[in-house]
Design a protein around this ligand. Structure first.
Ligand code: ATP
Length: 235
């Protein structure tokens, strides 16, 4: 197993945002976490990537406990996080943003090869490679955020609501790209409000409710589950 999260509890001061979540991600796996606002999805991702630390429980990545490591160290080990709200360096060009994603690396030739691969993956970004990020559309900025995360050469990519606020056609384009990234062997944890999309893309899903896993299973099975259909798919 590439990632094993075991019974983590995460607090913001006195507030328990995550109350005993466990989940597993295999090599080249595609996992989704769905759930309503405030269920603890973002906090779970932030805790895996070292932005928060659990008050109890363990996170093991590729055999190594990481729950107390810094976010920088975790990037180096191979976990990249694309936070909610597509935070890009607004005053920098597309290429500069992507190069910054490789800040933990020293393998210059491989960095150049990955830059080229990302421009192949995101043709819109190649067309706009010298454009300043702030002048680009929300969908294009989301693509920059994903491509920048990929520049750290992660084995596991964490995505927090990449579809939020984007037009359906752009969402479909990003969805195709995520499937492509996963096919090249990178594992993905996708947090989404858009449960329908997430369950189409992922192999396995976790449904969070008030900081705990309420349901988990194969994505196809969850999409057929009456509770999931009613609460998250609006059917
Ligand atoms: P959303 O989709 O709205 O981001 P979520 O499922 O990602 O929801 P979290 O953002 O992880 O949920 O929030 C879980 C709980 O922790 C919520 O009750 C939220 O109010 C609380 N919380 C999140 N961030 C903070 C913070 N920085 N300080 C205090 N409480 C927080």
């Amino acid at each position: 197993m590439l990632l094993r999260v075991k019974d983590i509890h995460v607090h913001y001061g006195p507030i328990a945002a995550v109350r005993g979540i466990s989940l597993e991600v295999g090599e080249a796996d595609f996992v989704t976490i769905i759930g309503s606002n405030g269920a603890g999805k973002s906090t779970t991702l932030r805790t895996i990537s070292g932005l928060n630390h659990p008050s109890s429980g363990s996170i093991v990545f590729d055999g190594e406990p990481i729950e107390q490591l810094s976010a920088d160290r975790i990037v180096k080990l191979g976990i990249a996080h694309v936070p909610e709200g597509r935070r890009v360096f607004k005053d920098l060009s597309v290429t500069e943003n992507l190069r910054l994603g490789a800040f933990t690396r020293t393998d210059r030739d491989a960095i150049e090869a990955d830059l080229e691969q990302n421009f192949e993956r995101f043709p819109r970004l190649r067309e706009r490679k010298d454009q300043i990020a702030r002048t680009m559309s929300g969908g294009e900025q989301q693509m920059i955020a994903i491509a920048r995360a990929l520049m750290s050469a992660p084995r596991l990519l964490l995505l927090d609501e990449p579809s939020l606020g984007l037009a359906p056609v752009i969402v479909q384009e990003i969805a195709r790209i995520l499937v492509g990234i996963n096919k090249t062997g990178t594992s993905i944890i996708l947090v989404e409000q858009n449960a329908e999309l997430a369950l189409q893309l992922a192999r396995h899903g976790y449904v969070l409710e008030t900081g705990s896993v309420a349901l988990e299973g194969e994505a196809d099975g969850l999409a057929d589950n009456p509770h999931v259909r009613k609460a998250y798919l609006g059917i």
